[in-house]
Every structure is written in structure tokens, then in C-alpha cells.
Design a protein around this ligand. Sequence first.
Ligand SMILES: NC(=[NH2+])NCCC[C@H](N)C(=O)O
Ligand SMILES: [Mn+2]
Ligand SMILES: [Mn+2]
Length: 315
Amino acid sequence: MASETNHKFLSKPLTVGIVGAAFSGGQPRGGVEQGPARLVEFGLIDQLKGLGWNVDFDEKFPTYEDFKPQTENKHKILKNVGHVASVTKSVAESVQKVVEKGHLALTLGGDHSLAMGTVGGSAAVHKDVGVIWVDAHADINTPLTTDTGNLHGCPVSFLMGLEGTKEVTELDWLKPCLAANRIVYIGLRDVDAPEKKILKDNKIKAFSMHDVDKHGIGKIVEMALEYLGRDKPIHLSFDVDALDPSVAPATGTPVRGGLTFREGHYICEALYETGNLVAVDIMEVNPMLGEQSYVLQTIQIGCSLARTAMGESLL
Ligand SMILES: NC(=[NH2+])NCCC[C@H](N)C(=O)O
Ligand SMILES: [Mn+2]
Ligand SMILES: [Mn+2]
């Protein structure tokens, strides 16, 4: 059973709506689209039921192949814009429907460009949602600053409507819905130079791994919650590459020096305890990267992060 918590924004009986987001178009490595199926195969649905949640999940989630646009990508640097745009729009609609019902939206990725949809969907219901973005990366490149052109490095700039995003007309459906003071980062350690400038210029609250080392994860989560407001709905967007590659190796852009197993799970446990979670994303699990044992380890962690964010406790 999930531990007792006063859920402020969810209706009873507790229900989780799972959005299987089998999509890899926001980055170049194949395999991340298999994340959701592998998490489910590993038993996630029964695990969540075991915690006492009603689970709303359609096994036949879309593969998004038919979401590919007929027209060619017209952008010089940004890759795959049309496909990312139509998929994230659909994900936003799904997440919004779940959150509107007072259910917890659990999105299984897929690459992190999907967060344009997940946060777009939760912010459509809760205008004052606070996002806790757990990641090695800031994912706040704009069309003007991205080196790689991979949209999984850009979702936050689109959610905020930063410079250069409005010109990307395919993503017109996404209206700026996230103010610079409604997000807190935890775990950063691979931030591009122009992203550092964006974080500074917009005074965005960001805790790097240096800050985690300095204060300890308990204090970091306290500060994040204090900043966003203790009575506000929370959307947790968890990129598994926030964890150290020794912990979660099967992911597309691993960076050493990351969160420990416990630090990652602590974040999920502490956010569950607030009773304020309305949405959780588990992103960038790529079962095609690395040996089977490493893949299994990463899938297990995707499941345990979700479980702890939904009330699994140690005692
Ligand atoms: N969601 C992720 N894993 N993002 C990695 C982004 C890496 C790099 N900053 C880029 O813009 O491409
Ligand atoms: Mn990342
Ligand atoms: Mn990310």
C-alpha cells in the first residue's frame, strides 16, 4: 500500500493515467521509443496497483509513426520539427485529459522533447503548476542556441516561449505556459554555454550537482519546494540521465558525476510526501543502449522511480 498522504489535487479513489509515449524523434538514437513498453513489460502496472492505485492504461498506446508529417523539415538546424510537434500536441491532450479528471498523469518516455506535451498538458489545467526538472541537462536551448538541433535539448525554452521559439510555426499549438520562476532544476552538470546565459538572464532556480554535494539532497528538495510554494501543484519531469551512469546506464546522453540511486529516489519520495504531485514523467530510458544487464538495471530504476513518486516507502 502507498504510504498515507493528503493529496491536494487528486480525486479519490486515487487513479493514475499512464501515457505511453513511444517516441524518439527529439534526438538521434533509436531505442528510446521502446522505453514505455519495456517498463510495462517489467511489471510497472501491477506494481502501481499493488500500491493501491487504480491504473488507467491502454496497452495499445500509439507508436506515432503515422504522426510523421508529409512535408519535409524546413528548418536549417532544428531536426524533425513536424514530427515532434504533432506527437507532443497529442501527448499534451492526453496528459490534460488525465489531469482534468483529478488523476495523476504518469508519462513514460520516450525522449525529453515529450515534456513540451506533458508540461503543456498539466499547465493547461493548473496554471500555477511548479515544475521540478531532474536532469543532467537544462534542456533549455532555443532554436537560436542549439548546437545539435535535437529538440530533446530544447523543451523548456518552448514551454517558456523564449527568443526564437515563436518562429517555429509547427509548434504553434504550444502557447508559452511556464514562467521562468515556476521551474526548479536538480542535478545539472552538462549545461551548454548559451544555456548558462539563459538560466542567469532569466534568474532560473537551478541546483547543480555541486549544490547537491554541498547541501545534501534533503536540503535541496526543501529549497525547491520552498521556492515553488508548498501549496502549489507539482509536475516532476525526471530524465534518468540525472542519475549517475553507474546507476542508470541505458540512456542516450549519459554524463558522469550524477545523482546516486538514493538521491534520485529521495526526490521522488519527498515529492510524493507533499501530496502536491499532479504529473510525473520518466524520460530517456533507452533499452537499446548497452548490455542486457545494464538495460535491465535502468528499466528497474525507471519503475522504482515511478513507484516511489507514488508512495512506495521503505518502512
Ligand atoms: N534530454 C536530454 N537528454 N537532453 C540532452 C541535451 C544535450 C545538449 N544540451 C543538446 O542541446 O543537444
Ligand atoms: Mn538529460
Ligand atoms: Mn532531459
